[in-house]
Design a protein around this ligand. Structure first.
Ligand code: NAI
Length: 455
């Protein structure tokens, strides 16, 4: 009988890190993965998209750097080569996860598994007709793209005309025209890639703004930058149907048929919790996601859920932290997660990074706040590197508690700067203390320092 201290279901960032940390803590771990180690993040999300976006950035540098004294002749963009390189990057990182699992003696089972309740006080999990038992479970089953019941979408997916984040990353030919349904994070990152390399991109968004809860002024900067690359936005637009070669949508001006070669469907993701036997344990669910507390515990003792499947904050780095919190609790070490200081990034060009509340969100919670907004042009390095950039950094201060509750940045290096902001939110240090930190010069991050001094 195969008995383990811990069974982890899912080998994405939440699952593989949980397995690694648990093994480091001395537990005998078995991990099940039905597709590929690394999950959505490594195989069809964070890493492949960043590989594509970097190629687009290189192309833009090669073609738009005359003002910087650089002119290149006959620059070509080879999308098939970009996809080939992406596959190589993914393979390297996925095999790295495999090696880490092996180094920690995690028993990896490459198969779909299903929970079959409890037997003799132990959790029973079956895969390929074989039973595995454990004293504890960590569910890290991830998420899947939402495919809404819009007429024609199902047929479009079958014919390849409609893609999700998965299929679009394996497409080897650039479409001439791409319609992106959903102007959220996935839609904007992919739109940025395709528009930067010459594809005509239309973003169709149901709400009256792109990028969900992102600061409104940041959205305006993004839309203005994208418009320069020929991208068109249809806001407050409802998609009615999809038919071969067209997407039909409705806005205040009536119904429209938009011709396109491909459609990217990016209208959100949902927890992937079906078919894993959670009902055999009576795990509490909320709209398809597993309900967890701040220790990542479910309502069933010794069952934890980390990453996208708990539907809290679908980000790989959230899953990492959740995995560590769950394992620490299993190992008897006190730990809990706090979600309000987890940063998020949109890897568009310019980049967007934020942590905590915007002014509007904080005010809705009843906080008394002060917001400062400093242009990135205050940072010498930004001026040196970016011509006429419109980047800025906003800090939101809770004036009653005298602590930073939100930071919102748009511009180059935003993704690399946001950790300092997340630390400000997490540590709750007052501005007087934050002013004593020394920022390296010249860095774009100095704009954060400038903003702190305006609080
Ligand atoms: P999302 O929730 O960010 O955006 C979906 C958008 O689609 C929303 O703006 C919504 O209003 C719109 N929408 C929904 N139904 C629609 C319809 N029928 N017609 C038009 N618009 C419609 O979801 P997305 O972009 O699919 O991303 C999924 C998850 O993946 C997110 O939770 C995100 O956090 C994560 N992710 C994170 C990334 C990052 O951290 N850089 C990158 C990519 C994804």
């Amino acid at each position: 009988m195969d008995v383990f201290d811990l069974i982890v279901i899912g080998g994405g960032p939440g699952g593989y890190l949980a397995a690694e940390r648990a093994a480091q803590g001395g537990l005998n771990v078995c991990l099940f993965e039905k597709r590929a180690l690394g999950g959505v993040c490594l195989n069809e999300g964070c890493i492949p998209t960043k590989t594509l976006l970097n190629s687009a950035k290189l192309y833009r540098h090669a073609t738009e750097s005359e003002a910087f004294g650089v002119t290149a002749g006959d620059v070509k963009f080879d999308h098939a080569q970009v996809i080939k390189r992406k596959a190589k990057v993914v393979k390297t990182l996925v095999s790295g996860v495999g090696m880490t699992m092996a180094a920690h003696k995690v028993n990896v089972v490459s198969a779909a598994c299903e929970i079959k309740g409890k037997e003799d006080g132990k959790f029973k999990v079956e895969a390929e007709g074989k039973a595995y038992y454990a004293n504890r479970l960590i569910i890290a089953a991830g998420s899947e793209a939402v495919v809404p019941p819009i007429p024609g979408v199902k047929e479009g997916v079958e014919s390849g005309f409609v893609t999700t984040n998965r299929e679009i990353l394996d497409m080897t030919e650039l479409p001439k025209t791409l319609a992106v349904i959903g102007g959220g994070v996935i839609g904007l990152e992919m739109a940025c890639y395709f528009a930067s390399v010459g594809v005509k991109v239309h973003v169709i968004e149901m709400m009256n703004k792109i990028a969900g809860p992102t600061d409104n002024d940041i959205c305006k900067v993004l839309m203005a930058e994208y418009a320069k690359r020929g991208m068109e936005f249809k806001l407050s637009a409802k998609v009615l149907s999809v038919k071969p070669g067209f997407v039909v949508y409705e806005d205040k001006d009536g119904q429209h048929e938009l011709a396109c070669d491909k459609i990217l469907l990016s209208v959100g993701r949902r927890a992937a919790t079906k078919g894993i036997g959670l009902e055999t344990l009576g795990v509490e669910m909320n709209r398809g996601a597993i309900v967890t507390d701040d220790k990542l515990m479910t309502n069933v003792p010794n069952v934890y859920a980390v990453g996208d499947c708990n539907g809290k904050l679908m980000l790989a780095h959230t899953a990492y932290r959740e995995a560590e919190v769950a394992v620490n609790n299993i190992l008897g070490k006190k730990d809990h997660i706090r979600y309000d200081s987890i940063p998020s990034v949109i890897y568009t060009d310019p980049e967007v990074a934020s942590v905590g509340d915007t002014k509007e969100q904080a005010e809705k919670k009843g906080l008394k706040v002060k917001e400062v907004n400093v242009p990135m042009m205050y940072a010498g390095r930004y001026v040196a590197e970016v011509d006429g950039g419109k980047g800025f950094c906003k800090i939101v201060l809770d004036t009653d508690k005298n602590r930073v509750v939100g930071v919102h940045i748009v511009g180059s290096y935003a993704s690399e700067m946001i950790l300092s902001a997340a630390m400000m939110v997490d540590t709750e240090l007052p501005p007087e203390r934050l002013k004593k930190f020394v920022f390296p010069h010249p860095t774009v991050c100095e704009v954060v320092r400038e903003a702190i001094f305006k609080l």
